[in-house]
Design a protein around this ligand. Structure first.
Ligand SMILES: Cc1cc2nc3c(=O)[nH]c(=O)nc-3n(C[C@H](O)[C@H](O)[C@H](O)COP(=O)(O)O)c2cc1C
Length: 254
């Protein structure tokens, strides 16, 4: 059994390589019964500020995983900042003993720092990383991937920088521009029902936004932008193996 969270398809792609029918966290998190039992149970999630998205944390806190082998694969684009160790700490808070946690370098979809056209050109050797992870999981290896002092220092630097920002700064990252035609795709790809169409225009409601950027990357009009400068405001991203319909199926609420 394998769960995943995705904004732009990287985690769904990775999850599909590891198991044939992975389960989307936004589709199960509101279910009453969150007790899961299997020989192996895994989570594939993106790294946001070196940690997993808040919805993944919430899911891990709420759910009970009855398994002898709990694993996590964390996709990131540039610097994981000790994500494996931070995930191990999260597991401990949730009463989970992880057997395996690894990181997987993929396209970085973080628009303030990266140009999606450039990111697509970089060969991050995703397939060979995935083959190695698959082999580890098949063998039932017990490894938490290595975290250096430099990784932890990078994370601490990030935490320190965030401390000077308002605590809800991340909730106000998106703005809908006049280019919006009200097609509703942003609402369909949003895993937290933070986007809806009002009077023919998309409206973003802060509060539970995961900042996954699914809406901004999927908008066919390029009508959603960030409230902070973007590296290339014209370039958007979806994993090349994943369709828009798959993102909708993974994330659509109600
Ligand atoms: C809000 C946000 C924060 C991110 N933080 C990091 C980070 O700290 N380090 C990193 O290497 N990549 C970071 N990324 C990049 C994603 O982890 C990466 O692109 C991931 O594979 C996206 O997965 P998805 O396509 O399934 O949504 C961040 C992306 C977003 C949207």
């Amino acid at each position: 059994m394998l769960f995943y969270f995705t904004g732009t398809g990287n985690c769904l792609y990775a999850a599909k390589q590891l198991e044939s029918d992975p389960i989307s966290i936004p589709q199960v998190i509101h279910q009453e019964n969150l007790v899961f039992e299997d020989e192996k149970i895994g989570i594939v999630a993106p790294v946001y500020g070196h940690e997993v998205p808040s919805m993944v944390k919430e899911f891990m806190h709420k759910a009970t995983f009855k398994t002898a082998y709990f694993y996590m694969v964390l996709t990131y684009g540039n610097r994981h900042g000790g994500a494996a160790l931070l995930a191990k700490q999260l597991c401990a808070e949730c009463g989970i003993e992880p057997a395996y946690i690894n990181v997987l370098l993929m396209v970085d979809n973080w628009l303030p720092a990266f140009d999606m056209d450039e990111q697509r050109q970089i060969d991050k050797k995703v397939e060979s990383q995935l083959d190695a992870i698959k082999a580890d999981l098949d063998e039932g290896k017990r490894i938490i991937s290595k975290v250096t002092e430099e990784d932890m220092a990078a994370h601490q630097g990030f935490v320190d920088r965030m401390a000077s920002q308002p605590s809800d700064a991340w909730q106000h990252l998106l703005k809908v521009t006049e280019k919006c035609i009200g097609c509703g795709i942003c609402a369909k790809v949003c895993p937290s029902a933070s986007m809806r169409i009002v009077d023919g225009k998309a409206v973003h409601t802060p509060g539970n936004c995961q900042t996954c950027l699914a809406c901004i990357h999927a908008c066919p009009q390029n009508a959603i932008s960030l409230t902070v400068p973007e590296k290339n405001p014209n370039a958007r991203y979806r994993n090349e193996h994943i369709s828009l319909q798959e993102i909708i199926k993974a994330n659509q609420q109600a």
